[in-house]
Design a protein around this ligand. Structure first.
Ligand code: NAD
Ligand code: MLT
Length: 385
């Protein structure tokens, strides 16, 4: 089986695919979309970081594709719907770069508060401007975290070490889930009204596109500082420009942009109180090794044993559960295929699967899904995930 890696991936990951997976691996970075479209049908799996745009067109051309692996967290560069329609499993490696990204966010927070990049640039240009660079203290200030997932939680823990008060807004979690001492979970509007620094850590999607908008800036405390180390587009860049110009926002630190790389004449770069890095959130040796190893193992497990780990569009099972369920999954698939063949051309309005015997109730869902998947695949005459 052949795997294409179209973005830079740490060599340790490549080795796992070749040695442990016995897969034929081709690493071809910097291909144009046209080049990719021309070659994708020769591969069983595609591994990307954020550079490759895995569009519907690319997925549809990948006639052999079974898996798309994202060496990192965000899957906004992959058309998940198109992959699901074709029965292609999309997996990410969501744990490997959490600490690194939290640390980068804190670096941006400190740089923003003390204007370190600006002061360094001024010094390098031969100036000694001690009065110009008057920072703000972090101790006792309120940090607002929008999105309390893996990265948000790590930031919350570390911000407490800087003696900051931490508020977080995340409609999808409860306080018990937070596991972070001394953190207050609040509604977004309360966070906007109280926070001195706001950092966003939500995924980019339809609901979070321009979450931090003109309307949101208007609800914030005057002089607030904004950090975006998640995804370009979560903060509305035009609205941010206006909010900084008007003084409502005192400054912003951005690792990510609506268009990457951003245009040289992006108006934000004309402002003095912007600190920025070129999407370096996950760029440490440790994180890059972690995500490469994580995704390589997952792709090997899937292509060789059918084990799905960290899939964003398919149910995942633990290895232990899979070992117990494996023969039953096979039976379920065969039953699904059989019903599919027996009912060819006959409309089906419902299907019921009954269980008896040793399989615990909690494990029946993957089996039911397996029946449905095989049944639909036979009837549709194409892969279904
Ligand atoms: P995660 O899935 O663990 O956490 C995301 C959290 O956002 C979840 O708790 C979810 O409930 C919450 N959320 C979703 N919609 C929300 C909304 N409308 N309001 C408030 N909360 C909302 O993800 P993570 O691993 O913490 O990563 C977060 C983001 O960081 C992702 O966008 C990822 O792509 C990005 N990231 C960037 C870099 C980088 O290089 N800059 C590196 C790693 C991750
Ligand atoms: C991620 O979502 O993991 C980051 O954007 C890091 C990256 O792949 O560059």
């Amino acid at each position: 089986m052949k795997v294409l890696i179209s973005d830079p991936l740490c060599p340790k990951g490549v080795k796992i695919l070749e040695v442990e997976g016995d897969l034929l691996v081709e690493q071809r970075c910097g291909l144009t979309q046209e080049d990719l479209l021309g070659i994708i049908d020769g591969y069983d799996a595609l591994i990307v970081r954020s550079g490759t745009q895995v569009t519907r067109e690319l997925i549809e051309k990948g006639s052999r594709l079974k898996a798309i692996g994202r060496a990192g967290t965000g899957v906004d560069n992959v058309d998940i719907e198109a992959a699901s329609e074709r029965g292609i499993v999309v997996m990410n490696a969501p744990f490997g770069n959490t600490i690194t990204t939290a640390e980068h966010t804190l670096s941006l927070l400190l740089s923003l508060a003390r204007e370190i990049p600006q002061a360094y640039a001024s010094l390098r240009e031969g100036r000694w401007e001690r009065k110009k660079f008057m920072g703000v203290e972090l101790g006792g200030k309120i940090l607002g975290i929008v999105g309390l997932g893996r990265i948000g939680k790590e930031i919350a823990r570390r911000a407490r070490g800087l003696a900051m008060e931490v508020l977080a807004a995340d409609p999808y979690i409860s306080l018990q889930d937070t596991e972070v001492q001394g953190l207050k979970l609040v509604e977004l509007d309360e966070l906007y009204a109280k926070a001195d620094f706001i950092t966003v850590h939500v995924p980019l999607g339809e609901k979070t596109w321009h979450l931090i908008s003109e309307e949101a800036f208007a609800k914030m405390k005057p002089g607030v500082r904004i950090i975006n180390c998640a995804r370009g587009g979560i903060v509305d860049e035009q609205a941010l420009y206006q909010a900084i110009k008007s003084g409502q926002v005192a400054g912003a630190a951005l690792d990510v942009f609506e268009k990457e790389p951003p245009d040289k004449d992006n108006p934000l770069f004309s402002l003095e109180n912007i600190v920025s890095t070129p999407h370096l959130g996950a760029s440490t040796k440790e994180a890059q090794e972690n995500v490469a190893v994580e995704i390589a193992h997952q792709v090997v497990q899937f292509l060789k044993k059918g084990i799905v780990v960290n899939a964003v569009n398919a149910p995942s099972l633990s290895y232990e559960t899979l070992t117990v369920l494996s023969p039953y999954l096979e039976l379920a698939e065969k039953l699904g295929k059989l019903i599919g063949q027996l009912t060819e051309g006959v409309p089906i309005s419902s299907l019921s699967v009954s269980y008896a015997g040793v399989i615990p109730k909690t494990h029946s869902r993957p089996l039911t899904l397996s029946v449905v998947q095989a049944l639909l695949a036979v009837r549709e005459k194409r892969p279904v995930n």
